[in-house]
Design a protein around this ligand. Structure first.
Ligand code: GDP
Length: 140
């Protein structure tokens, strides 16, 4: 199996409730390694660029408001099949549909305030990592 890197965000609903460590533990238990991490506070415009793919969706403005409301933790996760593995550990977008033991099942508040973001493919992971991290910050 291939070693991959993926991009992850611990969202404002989770940082606000002091869940950063509990969520990182879930990734580590799943065999994913945090190889870069920082806590930042996005502007609404920066959140809007990141979520540009959703700009036509009805929840776009609410999503950008939420993602810029409080600090987030952005991170790069590495491991075997990291993109899919991360999505498994995160669980379904809507916490009411998420499987037992997933981050969203345990911690998410709603479909919008759902605690974590994770890249959906290796090509989007590369773009998302490059939006937040320079090469020098990716120490492996
Ligand atoms: P993800 O890949 O599982 O994060 O899901 P999507 O790419 O479909 O959506 C991106 C993010 O937009 C989700 O994680 C939610 O934070 C938010 N979102 C998605 N659907 C809804 C919705 O119906 N209402 C609201 N308020 N937010 C949503």
């Amino acid at each position: 199996m291939a070693i991959q890197r993926t991009f992850s965000i611990i969202k404002p609903d989770a940082t606000r409730r002091n869940l950063t460590g509990a969520i990182v533990a879930k990734f580590e238990e799943a065999g994913l390694r945090v190889i870069a991490q920082k806590r930042i506070h996005l502007t609404k415009m920066q959140a809007g660029v990141f979520y540009g793919v959703h700009s036509e969706r009805p929840f776009y403005d609410e999503l950008c408001e939420f993602m810029s409301s409080e600090p987030i933790v952005v991170q790069v996760l590495e491991g075997e099949n990291a993109v899919a593995r991360n999505r498994e550990v995160m669980g379904a977008t809507n916490p009411s549909e998420a499987s037992e033991g997933t981050i969203r099942k345990e911690f998410a508040l709603s479909i919008g305030e759902n605690s974590v973001h994770g890249s959906d493919a290796t090509d989007t992971a590369a773009v998302e990592i490059a939006y937040f991290f320079s090469g020098l910050e990716l120490v492996g």
